[in-house]
Design a protein around this ligand. Structure first.
Ligand SMILES: Cc1ncc(COP(=O)(O)O)c(C=O)c1O
Length: 451
């Protein structure tokens, strides 16, 4: 009996995915090669993408609200990117020398993002954040970083320490960032200060004891993993004042939230960062990261000094494929296009919110522009502790995500979801209909009993 037949006989509704998972388990820890893959109860393996949709190996067509973790602005197989990259493939995909493609993408970013005067390209958001932190250290001559509990900034040790919370340490006598993995050097946490997002009153007290050792405050203007928390204007104001007063740089991590508009997220929330990190959308579907910012701060990457203060290379940094795909995808995103996506986002968020109220269900909708997140909570959370899910709430989100998948929609269970330019009002309405159907099921409606 083939494994697909066996998977079918075992009652799997997606037998080919079940079979691939079986094979994957032989070669990958947990069967997959990135920890963000939805394993509920096994991944949905994809065959191809078509505009706003993906098709899985079992032939199911799904509206893609994930878009590779918010990367794809134009969905799948966007013709201008396909044509440009196809043309490039024949001419060479990576060189040791620079090309004009990197200058063109850099010029686009500099012209759109007010805080970016100069830029350097890398291959991922993780690297972008790592180099921004190193640049801030080199510029200020200070070692420490402040960051917000719960926020995700990629996998550099100083960026991930504190993502999973903090504790009061007897050793340091202060609030200490929790390491992201067992065995991580405790000394990393000694140079990470943990803050609470939107804590207007507690901000200064938390920062003051470390003011002289802080190189930067690392902030995602609307931290997605922490709950897609909308920044309070007074919070942004206080943070900016404190940083300025104490010579601390602000790094706005816009790897995800650059998607919030033509000029990015900091501009939208009146934050004036010294450094900005970008990734995802600026690669047009190919690997990319960028760190940009004030010309004087960015000069730490330069070779005008005897040796660069912060060595930054990377075998694939600024590879022409990512540069061209990114430029073409971004050029196709005018401010009108951002506006249209935002209107679709508004339509979806308001429909889903109204349905939650109509059915008296414990769900609320956070997000902005083309991004949204469904919370298994009655009120949209404002702080990370409010956004944390109980096991019962997490189970409801998994049920919702599973229900969506069974009804032709791919929704990340505990991360930001997003729209893409090929989506229509009809697609939005189909998401709302599926949500309403879910709310009328026993799983969708029984939250009070579970708590
Ligand atoms: C805010 C933020 N920073 C950094 C990263 C890391 O980017 P990458 O996955 O490209 O390394 C992410 C990825 O989701 C992110 O959302």
């Amino acid at each position: 009996m083939s494994t697909v037949t066996a998977a079918r006989a075992a009652g799997h509704v997606r037998p080919r995915s079940a079979d691939l998972y079986h094979r994957g388990r032989g070669v990958f820890p947990s069967g997959v090669t990135r920890s963000t893959v939805d394993l509920d109860p096994y991944p949905t393996y994809l065959l191809r993408g078509e505009g706003a949709y993906v098709v899985d190996v079992d032939g199911n067509r799904l509206l893609d609200l994930n878009n590779n973790f918010t990367t794809l602005l134009h969905g799948h197989g966007f013709a201008p990117v396909v044509d440009a990259v196809t043309d490039l493939l024949r001419k060479g995909t990576c060189f040791s020398n620079p090309t004009d493609h990197e200058i063109a993408l850099a010029e686009l970013l500099v012209s759109r993002i007010p805080a970016i005067e100069q830029v350097r390209f890398v291959n991922s958001g993780t690297e972008a954040v790592m180099f921004a932190i190193k640049a801030a250290r080199a510029f200020t001559g200070r070692p420490a970083i402040a960051r917000f509990e719960g926020a995700y900034h990629g996998a550099y040790d100083w960026a991930e320490t504190g993502q999973y919370g903090s504790f009061d340490s007897a050793r340091t006598g202060r609030r200490t960032a929790r390491s992201a993995y067992t065995g991580a050097p405790g000394t990393t946490a000694d140079t990470v200060v943990v803050l609470d997002f939107n804590d207007v009153d507690g901000l200064e007290e938390s920062l003051m004891p470390h003011a002289k050792s802080l190189a930067a405050i690392l902030i995602d203007p609307m931290p997605s993993r922490a709950g897609f928390l909308k920044p309070l204007p007074q919070f942004i104001e206080r943070l900016s004042e404190f940083a300025q007063e104490h010579g601390i740089l602000i790094i706005a991590d816009e790897v995800l939230n650059l998607r919030q508009g033509y000029n990015g997220a900091s501009f939208r929330y009146l934050l004036a960062p010294d450094l900005v990190t970008a990734g995802k959308i600026i690669g047009g579907g190919f690997p990319i990261g960028a760190v940009g910012g004030r010309r004087d701060v960015m000069s730490v990457f330069g070779s005008d000094a005897k040796a660069p203060l912060v060595p930054q290379a990377g075998t694939f940094s600024a590879n022409p494929v990512s540069m061209v795909a990114g430029r073409v995808a971004m050029e196709a995103m005018t401010s009108q296009d951002f506006g249209r996506l935002e209107r679709l986002g508004d339509r979806l968020r308001s429909q889903l919110s109204e349905l939650a109220v109509k059915h008296d269900a414990s769900f609320s909708i956070a997000g902005a522009a083309s991004l949204f997140r469904i919370h298994p909570k009655r009120k949209v959370p404002n702080t990370y502790p409010d956004a944390r899910t109980t096991p019962a709430e997490a189970a409801r989100m998994r049920s919702l995500s599973r229900f969506f998948r069974e009804n032709g929609i791919l929704l990340p269970a505990d991360a930001a979801a997003c729209l893409s330019t090929p989506m229509t009002d009809g697609d939005i309405d189909s998401v709302s209909s599926a949500f309403e159907m879910f709310l009328t099921t026993s799983e969708g409606g029984k939250e009070e009993a579970q708590q």
